[in-house]
Design a protein around this ligand. Structure first.
Ligand SMILES: NC(=O)c1ccc[n+]([C@@H]2O[C@H](COP(=O)([O-])OP(=O)(O)OC[C@H]3O[C@@H](n4cnc5c(N)ncnc54)[C@H](O)[C@@H]3O)[C@@H](O)[C@H]2O)c1
Length: 406
């Protein structure tokens, strides 16, 4: 039996996918109301294909509980945020989940950690924690790190088609875990050691963060010189060995804006480039704010309530708002006592911020300047409705030639 621990954005689809493919799965989460909802057949977030997968997993007997199970295999997918001050990994959830697993696990069980960890976490903290409980690693329990790289919005597809990395102490255990994931993963599964798996996961997101920071810096250079940054990047990317990502209003989410901090926190003397990239990306919401101010001045708009931010999530076509650029921007405005800006996101059905609208038409009726912070399909399909507004398009999705860009 597989016991999946932590049924969030990663754990839930993973548990369902294993169950759909014939494994005996129990999903455990400490959040009682989440478990009750799942038992009532309600999903905690939207994701393409998730409802169908949920049904198939239920048909195959998946169960949900707050109790840790006596299983032979555990998949741990609990949060791994960073501590804001030290920038180091906050290990509390991970250590707590591991201890709860050790309380119940069978001898010889396999603990697969999918959560992203700062490189070295297993050696520095997880092994000592397990050993302090009197367990011999390699006999009583086996350790594996199988970091996840799926992307919200395409999670179900990517679970099946992304290549995976499995870091294991013991090649035989690595093979066992590889077979397990092969039940649904149709792509390459690479076996390596745990340290390498830890670092490779973190640098994938760090690579993207640095590349986006480069694009954002280019956007600022182009703005000063009145050059179209998107055109510049498009041309540069025709070079066979150049692949610059797109600039944007900032970087959010649970991965790209978080994982580089693990490296900065652990190696402050070695991470100049990575730290600078983080700072550039974190500066983008302020940069957007200055663009808003300039456009307001140009058009004699004195009242922030005439301005609307479109999009609250950190990326398009999902409902995940964690660390989103719009929330970062609203925080900065709040610190400067700048109140009244209006907000709308078609994916966010609960009220999260002041002046948040639930109706798109009401939202656009009240504003003169719309700032596209997220490129949801919804706004692409409703461009006609905003064609008479002033538009600041931070995602380069608006076809109108008079739209302002980053
Ligand atoms: N969300 C993503 O896009 C993404 C992508 C790749 C990797 N990751 C990594 O996957 C891990 C999980 O992220 P997520 O987005 O699924 O987090 P999440 O916050 O959506 O879900 C985590 C779940 O774990 C539960 N939980 C916390 N402590 C627990 C405990 N001790 N026992 C049982 N349940 C516990 C919480 O109640 C929550 O439901 C993180 O390390 C993250 O960095 C996330």
């Amino acid at each position: 039996m597989i016991n999946v621990i932590g049924l969030g954005y990663i754990g839930l689809p993973t548990a369902l996918m294993f169950a759909k493919n014939g494994m005996n799965v129990v999903g455990t989460d400490c959040n009682e109301s989440l478990i009750n909802s799942l038992k009532e057949g309600k999903l905690p977030f939207q994701e393409e294909g998730l409802q169908e997968l949920f049904k198939q997993a239920i048909d195959n007997g998946i169960e949900f509980t707050t109790e840790y199970q006596k299983a032979d295999t555990y998949i741990i997918t609990v949060p791994t945020p960073y501590i804001k001050d030290s920038k180091k990994l906050d290990r509390r959830y991970l250590i707590s989940a591991i201890n709860s697993v050790l309380d119940v696990c069978k001898k010889g069980s396999v603990l697969i950690i999918e959560s992203t960890m700062s490189p070295g976490t297993t050696d520095k903290y997880i092994r000592p924690e397990i050993e302090s409980r009197g367990f011999i690693i390699g006999q009583d329990v086996h350790l594996v790190h199988a970091p996840e790289r799926i992307m919200p919005g395409k999670m179900i597809y990517e679970l099946e088609y992304n290549a995976r990395t499995i870091g294991a102490d013991d090649p035989e255990i690595g093979d066992y875990v590889k077979k397990l994931y092969s039940s649904f993963c149709k792509s390459e599964i690479i076996l390596t050691d745990i340290k390498t798996a830890e670092l490779s996961k973190v640098i994938e997101n760090t690579y993207r963060d640095v590349n986006i920071a480069f694009a954002n810096e280019l956007a600022k250079i182009c703005r000063r010189n009145n050059i179209d940054v998107y055109e510049v990047i498009k041309i540069a990317n025709k070079h066979p060995r150049v692949n610059i990502l797109q600039p944007g209003p900032g970087v959010g989410g649970h991965c790209i804006s978080v994982d580089p901090w693990f490296l900065v926190g652990d190696y402050p003397d070695l991470t100049n480039l990575i730290l600078t990239a983080r700072k550039i990306n974190d500066s983008m919401p302020s940069y957007v704010l200055r663009r808003i101010r300039d456009i307001m001045r140009e058009h004699n708009i004195n009242d922030l309530s005439k301005v609307g931010l479109y999009g609250l999530t950190y990326k398009e076509n999902v409902d995940d708002v964690r660390e989103s650029p719009t929330l970062q921007l609203l925080r900065i405005m709040d610190e400067h006592l700048a109140f009244g800006i209006k907000v709308f996101d078609p994916f966010v059905k609960r009220k999260l911020v002041d002046h948040q609208f639930m109706s798109f038409r009401d939202f656009i009726n009240e504003i003169e300047l719309i700032v596209i912070m997220v490129g949801h399909d919804h706004i692409k399909e409703n461009m006609e409705l905003i064609k008479d507004k002033l538009i600041l398009d931070t995602r380069n999705i608006c076809p109108f030639s008079n739209a302002y860009k980053l």
